[in-house]
Design a protein around this ligand. Structure first.
Ligand SMILES: Nc1ncnc2c1ncn2[C@@H]1O[C@H](COP(=O)(O)OP(=O)(O)OP(=O)(O)O)[C@@H](O)[C@H]1O
Length: 516
């Protein structure tokens, strides 16, 4: 071992000192030169390739703050189209939730890359996965890194990325089917939209249908108006009427007409205002925020808590979201964080709806879905059995009975669906109406209701002390069917009478028979 003063150790120390001085001097020199020399000259001086040919990257994060990054969504869809023709050895195949099994989508696994060629330039897409700040599954996110030769930077930013966005927009426009999302544990989950109602299949008063469709079209076409007046580009509809009259079906028809996705918000499943805020700002533009059965879904406002509520039920202390909180968020943050948004509330009981919702200017349009009229019955008979002939022997009797008997379209639709034989189906409807008129309807014969939403959902409040005639008829029993998410069904008993009270200061459309 060398002694502390040996010549060898001394030489070694001197060499280290000299090397550090050279490195230090080089760094100072590089800094000085960087201030006065252009990047290319700097690169040449230090034997680096010029910046224009160095690799450049664009990082595309899944979230932009609290918002979904639309560029990320587009990148994901675009990359999946590259994968089929690429030599990437390992990729993921899945069927997106809410899509049919024929729609297999390929996706990259984190850490893998795929190369695209655009305008003669090679561009590499790499997917990187991040565990998130707190490392929990909730915080996990992914990032796309698009890298390319520096000299293609202008082309990538000015032509390639816009082309990717346009291609994805065109793809989704072509095959676009409106989707339904439900909130679960603070996130939107896509589910299959089974209620495929359209304005063509929905039996309703013709004038009402036209008024709603005109209003929707006017809303879509008024971008310039909303911009000029500085108003949020949104519209609110309150759809009310007895069970089984087609409120959910109307929402599905609106979604189909506009090609807007539906976000079915289960307020009972929202744990806090913060969670609600996140859900709202994560909604896409051109979408519908739906709150079904708003009279049941809302926490009693302070006034209702004080007087024990209309229905005598107590408010769950776990429910922290209030109607006024929701409406404030909708008016503020939701309206300013997106555009072309529609807000829809449905209720079977207008008399139990918070007055805040009925205030002038709150909902732009009230739509009443009423019991079946003869015109709507003819539409159902034509849709289900192609019976277009007014001369069907039973039609006059059915027309007369419908003037006397209140029946929900759902109950009649159910009868029409029971057989393929048109005459037998019409006879079944006539019998239903006769029995109902005579008060002899078989209590076991209920209708099958299809809700837009899936479970798990909030528990219904305790039975109402209101007179039986004004109670909701069906028992909501939304459940999972099999292993996949399915739309909940509830088999409801005999039709009960709903009550309808007109809201003031809004467009009120009445599609019922005016016998409330
Ligand atoms: N107006 C209608 N036209 C055609 N079918 C209808 C109509 N109303 C109801 N139906 C049929 O009845 C089923 C249940 O209707 P829907 O769920 O839309 O009624 P709803 O008013 O929302 O009921 P609820 O108040 O119980 O939620 C629909 O899937 C559809 O098959």
């Amino acid at each position: 071992m060398a002694s502390p003063n040996s010549p060898a150790l001394e030489r070694y120390k001197n060499a280290i000192t000299a090397a550090s001085s050279v490195v230090g001097a080089a760094m100072v020199l590089r800094r000085l030169v960087a201030d006065v020399l252009p990047d290319t000259a700097l690169g040449a001086l230090f034997l680096l390739p010029p910046a224009s040919v160095r690799r450049h990257s664009v990082v595309i994060k899944e979230y932009d703050g609290a918002f979904y990054n639309r560029v990320f969504v587009a990148a994901k869809a675009y990359v999946s189209t590259l994968l089929a023709a690429s030599p990437v050895p390992l990729m993921k195949a899945s069927v997106p939730r809410g899509a049919g099994t024929e729609k297999i989508t390929l996706a990259m696994r984190p850490g893998t890359a795929v190369v695209d060629v655009f305008d003669g330039a090679e561009l590499t897409w790499r997917l990187i996965s991040h565990g998130g700040r707190r490392g929990g599954a909730d915080d996990a996110s992914e990032v796309f890194k698009l890298s390319f030769d520096g000299r293609h930077k202008d082309m990538v930013l000015g032509a390639y990325l816009p082309a990717v966005m346009a291609r994805v927009a065109a793809m989704s426009q072509g095959q676009r089917q409106a989707r339904l999302y439900c909130n679960e544990w603070g996130k939107w989950r896509p589910v299959r939209l089974r209620n495929a109602s359209t304005f063509a299949t929905l039996a309703m008063d013709a004038t009402l249908r036209k008024a709603v469709m005109d209003d929707l079209d006017m809303f879509l076409g008024r971008k310039e108006y909303y911009e000029r007046t500085g108003r949020a580009w949104k519209r609110g509809y309150l759809i009310h009427g007895p069970p089984g009259t087609g409120k959910s079906s109307l929402v599905a028809a609106i979604s189909d007409h506009l090609r807007f996705d539906v976000y079915d918000l289960d307020l009972g499943g929202v744990r806090s205002n913060t969670e609600l805020r996140k859900l709202l700002i994560r909604m896409k533009n051109r979408s519908i925020l739906l709150i079904e059965d708003v009279d049941c879904a809302m926490v009693a406002a302070p006034r209702r808590e004080a007087d024990g509520g209309h229905d005598g039920s107590s408010t769950s202390p776990k429910q922290k979201v209030t109607l006024s909180g929701l409406l404030n968020m909708v008016d503020g943050l939701w309206s300013s964080s997106g555009h072309e948004r529609i807000l829809i509330f449905t209720t079977n009981h207008m008399d139990r709806v918070e007055p805040a919702l009925l205030r002038p200017g709150r909902m732009d349009m009230h739509v009443h879905m009423g019991y079946l009229g003869f015109g709507a019955f003819r539409e159902l008979a034509a849709n289900y059995h192609g019976v277009v002939d007014d001369g069907h022997p039973l039609f006059p009797e059915i027309e007369a009975l419908l003037r006397e008997v209140e029946v929900a379209p759902a109950d009649v639709a159910e009868k029409l669906l029971m057989t393929d034989d048109a005459d037998a189906a019409v006879e079944m409807v006539a019998k239903l109406l006769r029995d109902r008129k005579a008060g002899a309807e078989d209590d076991a014969g209920g209708s099958v209701r299809q809700k837009l939403h899936v479970g798990p959902r909030y528990a219904r409040p305790a039975p109402s002390p209101l007179p039986r005639a004004s109670r909701r008829g069906g028992v909501v029993a939304v459940r999972r069917v099999g292993s996949s998410e399915e739309i909940g069904m509830d088999t409801s008993r005999r039709q009960q009478r709903g009550s309808g009270r007109r809201g003031r200061g809004v467009v009120v459309l009445d599609g019922g028979r005016g016998r409330r």
